[in-house]
Design a protein around this ligand. Structure first.
Ligand code: SAM
Length: 189
């Protein structure tokens, strides 16, 4: 159960901070707005229509927003990885306050090792930062049971960037686990 007192203290402590992701303790009551607050919440609605009982790994999880939204919708096993020490510390504090039992790992996506399988793996707005996206995506696809979701802000169709070819070859290889959802499809606030 959420510790409302600690949640309020957390919100007070971070009242001057611009958060990338929303932090939602009690929906509509105790929240910190994220940079693209409404669009990010809408994305969670789209992603987690049918997540009950499923396991989710979020690579580049930031403060864990998507994992908490999956948990609220009944997901069973949740793990997040982020290489930024500040983000992962905030994610751990939020998780503690929400009592959501997320496993949060401070690691780069490339160095992270798991032998577990996950129903859903998220790589949201992080693929373009990776050194070798194709290799990394392929590696994580072997840990994916249902779908690996890539989302990105970039319009790869109009920029001359190597990753266009990499995504194109993934698509033409018919990897049905790969779903690309662009936040641009969701109205920005
Ligand atoms: C643009 S933010 C996206 C956060 C979240 N996935 C979302 O869509 O709201 C990118 C996040 O990925 C993390 N990140 C970037 N490169 C990473 C890497 N190589 N390994 C682990 N985390 C990484 C950053 O610290 C940051 O929290």
């Amino acid at each position: 159960m959420v510790d409302r007192q600690r949640a309020l203290e957390f919100v007070h402590k971070h009242r001057q901070t611009q958060f990338y992701q929303p932090v939602i303790f009690v929906p509509g009551v105790i929240e910190i707005r994220g940079k693209w607050h409404d669009a990010t919440k809408q994305m969670a609605e789209i992603l987690f229509k049918n997540v009950s009982g499923k396991s989710v790994l979020d690579l580049g999880c930031s403060y864990g927003f998507f994992l908490h939204e999956a948990k609220r919708r009944g997901a069973s096993r949740l793990m997040g990885v982020d290489h930024d020490p500040v983000s992962i510390d905030i994610a751990k504090e939020v998780n503690d306050i929400l009592d959501h039992d997320l496993k949060l790992v401070h690691s780069s996506i490339d160095e992270f090792y798991t032998d577990e399988l996950f129903d859903i793996i998220l790589m949201m707005n992080v693929v373009h930062i990776l050194k070798n996206p194709q290799k990394t995506i392929s590696r994580y696809l072997s840990h994916t049971k249902e779908k690996l979701i890539l989302a990105h802000d970039y319009d790869f169709s109009v920029c001359d960037f190597n990753i266009i070819r990499e995504f194109s070859s993934l698509r033409s290889a018919g990897l049905r686990q790969v779903t690309e959802i662009s936040p641009r499809l969701v109205q920005q606030d």
